[in-house]
Structures are given as structure tokens and as C-alpha cells.
Design a protein around this ligand. Structure first.
Ligand code: SF4
Ligand code: SF4
Length: 482
């Protein structure tokens, strides 16, 4: 019989969730891990008005973008399938990928610099997710279902005719808008002309395009109707980067705890002088800042990863402060140092470092853009073709020539053998490349057998336009081995 006493159960390394600590759990899940639906109250105020006007401008740019052209090219096109990228009307061909990569790097470093200095200003004011959710979908929801308390009551109510009608109307509108947004996104990928063809041609001709259309619509419907703030708190990598990028000098939406604490409900007819004498601060514990927050957090707990800097709590608190006759800005744009020590925005060594990297990259980009050649040509032997011997004794090879014209004028191109006597015959007449386009053609190169080596002969082809040599290309000419 085993008489060894049982060993003590090993201590679990899993830490219990402290539900009283806001940093230990997220506001959108309960103890069982179920979704806690957020019902943010309608907000109004100075910042909301400014954001509304700004969002109209952004929405106009977003919806009009695919139709705006510069030199006949779209404002922005990210055609990954055809590897064609257009930024501000400038086509970036696969040959320009280094320039494109540096531009993307500059964009990323700009985000670092901007975020270090100004926090998540982008998220609250310009991110398409926030703009669409708070300025379009949320407003439709308020219009159909009412403010937060009415939405709560409607969701708890039994399914009667009114509830069915409201829900149907809301979700039909949500889906229609999602379809529109999905199509706008698609037109930034394939161009509106191709999108128009998908819409007008018989469905069987564009099965893939239609599949993407439906997939994008369902994706956006899912995000705006159900997933909502979780896109910012669970998915968005930019939100996750905040803890790395922000420091005590970054400007964030912040609660002035020095002024606000200790919190306490404002008693009827109580003067603020009396409150302060009793040890209370300006926060009257009305919870208005929490009730308007679309991510369900309490900004009085300090800067949190979930905060998208939407300014709703600033407006809500300002309206409370105005009512009780206190200065506005208890919740405001400020840095931690600004609140603790009254410091203004400082130029920190980290910010300086980012700016040096940014300036170096911008300089490199400028050099590459200004020294970028206007024409890029490639000449490759036609796949699977062999040499041919002509009746006059010459040998010929078939090639495919591809010429990219990056200028905004038509470009007549001539090809000429540079190192050996011979001829180049362009199939189908002259090579004239339309502005900002790629032209592909077949060319026949003829060499005299006397100029050829056994097997492979290296040849050099010059690419000319207006008698000016733009490029030379080295390639190989195949002939008989003996
Ligand atoms: S809205 Fe202002 S006063 Fe009211 S709880 Fe929030 S911080 Fe305090
Ligand atoms: S804490 Fe304020 S700024 Fe941050 S998400 Fe909530 S309401 Fe918006």
C-alpha cells in the first residue's frame, strides 16, 4: 500500500482576473466572456461639430476619389492583381517598386512621428472606421432606434411589429451602405471603369469580381452592424502600437485628475468653494463621459489602449462643466506632463530621432523620383521560340519587347542593334507608347551568320526616342551550335 502523502497541488500560473481593476479586463466582455454591447449616448458639442464637418469632407474625398483623375490617371489605385499602383495620378510600375517601398516607409515613419507628438488624433478624426461608424452608421441607428436608453429598451422588448420594422429598416440601410462602401473600396483596387463593367455586364462574365463585391459588402456590414468598436480594440495594429509610441509628452485625450479628484456628486445648492474645502475636485461623478464613450471605457482611469480619441467624453464633460459653472477642459487634449507639471509640448530626443530618419528617407525618395528614367524597356526572347534561318542566309530570333512610358506624352520608340550588324523588325509597324502606359510587342532580330558565335551571341539593343538613346539592353541571340 502506498503511504506517501499526496503532494501539494502545484500553484497555477494563471492569474485570476481582478474585476475591480479596469486594466485586467476589457469593457466589452462580461465575466463569462460574452460580448457586452455598448450603447453610447448621443453626444453634442464643439468637438463633435468640428468632427462632423471634417467627416463630411473626408467622406466626400473617399466617395469621389475613384472618379478624380490627374493626367488621365486616378487619384489613387492599388491594383494588386495587375501590379499597378497610382498615387496622386503618378503610376508606379513594378520597376518602381523601390520608390514605392520607400514611400510606404515614409508613411510609416510619419505615423510614428505624428503619434509620438499627437497621440491617436488620426483614429478620432480621420480613420475611415471611426468616421463611418460614428458619423454615418451610428447616426442612422440614433435616427431609427433613438438614443442609448431607447436602443436598450428596444433590444429588451418583445418582437412586435414596431421592433421588426425598425430592425429591418436599420439593417437594410446598413447593408445598402456597406454595399456602397465595399464598391468604393473595390473601385480603389480595380478602377471605377472596371467596376462599372462588372455591374453592367452579365454576371457570368465577372464571377470573381462579383464574389469580391459580395464579400466586401458582407465584411463591412459585419463590421459596422456587429463588430464595431472591436475592430479598434482587437484588430487594428495601430491601436496596439500606442503603448510603444506614446510617452509622457504625447498629446492625448486626458482627464485632469489633479483638478478633478477627489470625485463626488455635486449636492444641491453646494458651492464649489465648499466642495474644495471638503477635499473634492471638479469631477461631479456624473458619469456622462463614460456614457458617451463608444468603446465603453472610463477615461478618468487614464490613457487606455481602447481609447480612440473620439473626443466624445471631452464634449460631454464640457457640457457638464458649463452647467455647473466650472471652467471647461476637465477632460481635454493634454500630455501627462502637461497635466502633472503644466508643461507645454516638448521636442523630445525620440521625436528628433524619428524626424531625422523621416528627413533622410524623404531625401532618398526625392533623389529617386527625380532621377527616375522616363522609359523602362525590357526585351526577352519569346518563350519556346527557336532561331530561324532566312533564305538569304541571315538568322533571326523572336523577342518580346515591353516599354513603359512614364511621361505624359506619346513616345515613339526605335530599337537599334548596337554591337553587331543586323536588323530589328517591329511586328505590326512602329512602336508608339501612349502616355503613362505599357506597350508590349514582338520584334524580330536578324543577324548575319558571319557576325554570330556558335550557340549564343551576346547582343546589345539601344532604345531610342527622338534620336536620343534612352536605354541599352543586353540580351542573347541563339544560333546553331556549329
Ligand atoms: S463628465 Fe466630467 S464631471 Fe462627469 S464624471 Fe466625467 S469627468 Fe467627471
Ligand atoms: S475615452 Fe473619450 S476619447 Fe476615448 S474613446 Fe472614450 S469617449 Fe472617445
Amino acid at each position: 500500500m502506498n503511504t506517501t502523502p499526496p503532494k501539494d497541488k502545484p500553484e497555477s500560473s494563471v492569474k485570476e482576473v481582478d474585476w475591480s481593476d479596469f486594466r485586467d479586463h476589457i469593457a466589452t466582455a462580461d465575466r463569462e466572456g460574452r460580448r457586452q454591447w455598448i450603447y453610447p449616448r448621443k453626444v453634442s458639442g464643439k468637438f463633435f461639430r468640428l468632427r462632423t464637418w471634417f467627416s463630411w469632407l473626408l467622406l466626400f474625398i473617399m466617395f469621389a476619389g475613384p472618379f478624380i483623375t490627374i493626367h488621365g490617371n486616378p487619384l489613387l489605385l492599388m491594383n494588386i492583381v495587375e501590379r499597378k499602383f497610382v498615387v496622386f495620378g503618378q503610376i508606379f510600375w513594378p520597376q518602381d517598386m523601390i520608390i514605392f517601398a520607400i514611400a510606404v516607409l515614409i508613411f510609416a515613419v510619419s505615423i510614428l512621428v505624428f503619434t509620438t507628438a499627437f497621440g491617436r488624433l488620426w483614429c478620432g478624426w480621420a480613420c475611415p472606421q471611426t468616421v463611418m461608424m460614428e458619423m454615418v452608421f451610428r447616426k442612422i441607428e440614433y435616427f431609427i432606434e433613438g438614443d442609448a436608453h431607447q436602443q436598450r429598451a428596444l433590444n429588451k422588448a418583445a418582437w412586435d411589429g414596431t421592433k421588426i420594422a425598425k430592425k429591418f429598416f436599420k439593417h437594410a440601410l446598413f447593408y445598402a451602405l456597406s454595399f456602397l462602401v465595399g464598391n468604393v473600396l473595390l473601385s480603389y483596387i480595380i478602377g471605377w471603369q472596371q467596376l462599372y463593367q462588372i455591374v453592367t455586364d452579365p454576371p457570368a462574365q465577372h464571377v470573381t469580381g462579383l464574389a469580391f463585391m459580395i464579400a466586401f459588402s458582407l465584411l463591412f456590414y459585419g463590421i459596422f452592424a456587429r463588430f464595431r468598436e472591436q475592430a479598434c480594440t482587437f484588430i487594428c495594429p495601430y491601436g496596439r502600437l500606442q503603448s510603444l509610441l506614446l510617452d509622457e509628452n504625447s498629446i492625448v485625450v486626458a482627464y485632469d485628475y489633479k483638478r478633478g479628484e477627489k470625485r463626488g456628486i455635486l449636492k444641491r445648492a453646494q458651492k464649489f468653494g465648499e466642495r474644495r474645502f471638503a477635499g473634492f475636485g471638479d469631477c461631479v461623478a456624473c458619469n456622462q463621459c463614460v456614457s458617451v464613450c463608444p468603446t465603453g471605457i472610463d477615461i478618468r482611469n487614464g490613457t487606455q489602449m481602447e481609447c480612440v480619441h473620439c473626443t466624445a467624453c471631452m464634449d460631454a464633460c464640457d457640457s457638464v462643466m458649463a452647467k455647473v459653472g466650472n471652467p471647461l477642459g476637465l477632460i481635454r487634449y493634454a500630455s501627462l506632463n502637461g497635466i502633472e507639471r503644466g508643461e507645454r509640448l516638448r521636442f523630445t530626443p525620440r521625436l528628433g530621432g524619428y524626424l531625422i530618419v523621416l528627413a533622410a528617407l524623404a531625401g532618398l525618395l526625392a533623389v529617386m523620383v527625380f532621377t527616375r528614367s522616363d522609359v523602362e524597356a525590357t526585351i526577352l526572347r519569346a518563350p519556346g521560340s527557336l532561331f530561324q534561318q532566312m533564305p538569304d542566309g541571315h538568322f533571326s530570333n523572336l523577342y518580346t519587347v515591353r516599354v513603359v512610358n512614364k511621361t505624359s506624352r506619346r513616345l515613339p520608340v526605335k530599337l537599334q542593334l548596337e554591337n553587331l550588324p543586323g536588323h530589328i523588325l517591329v511586328m505590326g509597324g512602329e512602336l508608339v507608347v501612349p502616355p503613362q502606359k505599357l506597350l508590349e510587342n514582338s520584334v524580330l532580330v536578324e543577324l548575319d551568320s558571319g557576325a554570330m558565335k556558335a550557340g549564343t551571341t551576346p547582343i546589345v539593343i539601344g532604345v531610342y526616342s527622338d534620336d536620343k538613346r534612352l536605354q541599352t539592353i543586353n540580351t542573347a541571340f541563339i544560333g546553331p551550335r556549329d
